[in-house]
Design a protein around this ligand. Sequence first.
Ligand code: ZN
Ligand code: ZN
Length: 754
Amino acid sequence: MSRQAAAALHLLQTTNSLSLTRQSHAYFLRTGFFFDNQFATKLLSLYANNLRFTEARNLLNTIQFPDVFSFSTLIHSYSKHKNHNCENTNHHEIIFLLSKMLSFGLLPDTHIIPSVIKSCTALRDTKNGKMIHGYCVINGFFQDSFVLSSLLHFYVKCCRLWDARKVFDEMSEPDVVSCSALVSGYARQGCVNEAKMVFGKMREFGVEPNLVTWNGLVAGFNQSGNCLEAVMVFQEMCLCGFKPDGMTVSSIVPSVGDLGDLLLGVQIHGYVFKVALLSDKCVVSALIDMYGKCSSTVEMSRVFDEMCFKDVGACNALISGFARNGLTEDALAKFKELRKKELELNVVSWTSIIACCSQHGKDMEALELFREMQVSGVKPNAVTIPCLLPACGNIAALMHGKSAHGFSLRTGILNNVYVGSALIDMYANCGRIKFARICFDRMPVRNIVCWNAIMGGYAMHGNANEVIKIFRLMEQSDQKPDFITFTSLLSACSHSGFTEQGERFFNKMTKEYGMKPRVEHYACLVTLLSRAGKLKEAYSTIEQMPFEPDACVWGALLSSCRVHGNVNLAEVAANKLFELEPNNPGNYVLLSNIYANKGLWKEVDRVRDLMKSMGMRKNPGCSWIEIKNKVHMLLAGDRSHPQMAEISEKMDNLVMEMKKAGCLPVTSFVLQDVEDQEKEHILCGHSEKLAVVLGILNTSQGSTIQVIKNLRICGDCHDVIKFISKFEQREIFVRDTNRFHHFKDGSCSCGDYW
Ligand code: ZN
Ligand code: ZN
């Protein structure tokens, strides 16, 4: 060996510097000096310690006969250091190195195995993990405590608790870390008894549970939704003298909220204050969420306002707290305020405010927020879209719905079942049942929500045949029907007048599927019978119900009484309804319409006086129509729309044409006892007609018109729109609270059966 080579070798033994390492490496390469494994490994570890993994690996590739030590050096470096670009890269490297090692006929030892298992754990790589487990059993490494405890963690993390338990039972002296891992694994999977059993056995093994063990148990039960268990463990923990830390508190508070135990929540809040945990952001967010769940919104806002540094988690908890309690205005105001403060609101924040709006009738606001969200650079995800789509459906904002569909397609979330179901609902609600069907047919995976969505869609469109067909398909698939499935089936039958089939499905539900009919199924049955004119049978069904009929059931009877002009039964139903929902003006209006229809004007007056004395006003009829991406809202009798003059002129024109054609408007649908001329005038103000006329004025000849109404369509408007569909040669969809009416060539898809 030359003196220079000896100096270079000496340098390698003493240095840590990357540049010196590179210099020595270069010297050896230049002089062609053969260096043995010992020196190569030294070089390798120097590169690895300096995080030069590529250089280390290249060096390993040049070693002709690498040994176990060369591999273990590199594996250790990989497992010690994090790759900041991609967390999993190093783990993949480690597994690759293991397979390479085996290809050289080198066997990993008990130093290497735990690192490799750690990588399998991080990657949730059960295949390789199980293989290594087998290798350990064959090669007698199963006594090594490091190997066993890393295998235990591996199985717990991969949710294979049965395997974890087998490994645990092999341990001669399980330590507190292993015990805690298994206990929390069981708790997280909701295996309450097993978790408690292992926890109880710890002391038998001579292992004292520590704070980590308790926290694992509390957090695990909380995560698996065993709220009561979590609270009980928490109380026991305090009794045993353990001081809850931030981790404990942020795990227990959600359970307290789910249980609605405000008293315990307040106690924990007091404790948090006492031990100065209020600087822990997770703790504060959890407290805000808990107060929201306990409907204690004042306290919720106070906790938020007193926070020094507000973070996005706390903001989201606050917004969803307002939303949960129906305080939409507060949620919106707070959201606006937070945006002004330039807080980094994320996709969760935007999604919860959009959900809040679309769930509480603020559909236009939801659409606007969705637009602003995208403008501000936050990307919607597979949760946002199903929250937004109901808003599009509610007001038939088809263009907005379609653009959300396009977005889902582009971002690859279309195969998500919740996105798919929401799209089906949206298209059905916007009158595009064919699009809904295409979405349904193209779904790669379907769950009960998807099946119910498409059946509900067809039911709303009054297409009972298709609902029944899909139900048959469902019966042939693996999917079991649920309560909602039968509601759709029965309501479809009632809309289409399929009385006998409906009754058969009602019986099938109990006899074949063993489901007890709920009140909504009875409501459908009552509608089914009473619409077919079997009012007496409907009434006796109500009397024989196994529980108290609710407003829906009586409401179904009352509206059928209007169709069949049965005043006596209408009075029975209405009186029940006045008891059940004294403040719903709809019931009074319906009864007075029935009286008006029969010319019983004194009775009409009586109902009107009753309404007045209770300080009630008729719910204003309201309709929506989307024209060129903009949604217009029209209120009955409201003349504020900028095109009102044009609408009136067109309306007068149409009424004249109608008279010419011999179709006279039905004036019995007006509440007041007024002169015929006046009645006609009031009828002209109905919002659905105004919306249809607005549509005719602003869309091209022959295009389809789509209107949504917040109340049931009235008979007069039904007649007028039938006439318009023929006279103007337009297809017109009107969705009321009950179903879809598809007007074409002077007739309606409901066959006047509504
Ligand atoms: Zn009307
Ligand atoms: Zn109709």
